[in-house]
Every structure is written in structure tokens, then in C-alpha cells.
Design a protein around this ligand. Structure first.
Ligand SMILES: [Zn+2]
Length: 89
């Protein structure tokens, strides 16, 4: 689980833009992200503790927890809409 900051979410969105994966809603705060070229599929989960927001993903980068992966970047847009938030952080 990685805390979402303005800096790391911008980088994650940038990485997602290059790949343009397919994002589907599984349930509130849970998204399925598929690479259309390879078919690789990962699950992204968002959570909130107080005012702090966190994201996790079951891909390799997500499991290492070093940075927000592109799957988080790909699903944050739809999450902001569904969660009714103006900003992800
Ligand atoms: Zn990921």
C-alpha cells in the first residue's frame, strides 16, 4: 500500500497514458486494469485512512511498494469521478 501524493500520482498517470490500458470497475474502490496488447490483468485497490489516500496493485511494481504503478495511474481518473473527489490527494 502506497500513500498517494500529488507528485507520485502525476508520474503514475503519465506512465498510464503511454499504455492506455482498459479499466473496469469491480466494486467501489476496486478496479481491474488490463493491458490491451498483452492481456495482462491487475487489480488496483484504493483506500482512505483519515485524510490520507492510499493505493495498492497486485502487479510486480505494486507489490514492491516503491512507486505508484501505471495501473493506479490508469484507474485514478475513474476513481475520482466515482468517489466524487475533486483531487486524488
Ligand atoms: Zn500495478
Amino acid at each position: 500500500m502506497i500513500e498517494i501524493t500529488k507528485e507520485n500520482i502525476e508520474k503514475a498517470i503519465e506512465r498510464a497514458r503511454q499504455e492506455k490500458p482498459l479499466v473496469k470497475v469491480i466494486e467501489f474502490r476496486r478496479y481491474s486494469v488490463t493491458n490491451k496488447a498483452t492481456g495482462a490483468n491487475y487489480t488496483v485497490k484504493f483506500s482512505k485512512i483519515g485524510n490520507r489516500k492510499f493505493a495498492e496493485c497486485d502487479c510486480k511494481a505494486g507489490q514492491q511498494g516503491k512507486y505508484l504503478c501505471k495501473h493506479v495511474g490508469a484507474s485514478i481518473g475513474i476513481h475520482i469521478v466515482i468517489a466524487g473527489q475533486i483531487s486524488p490527494v
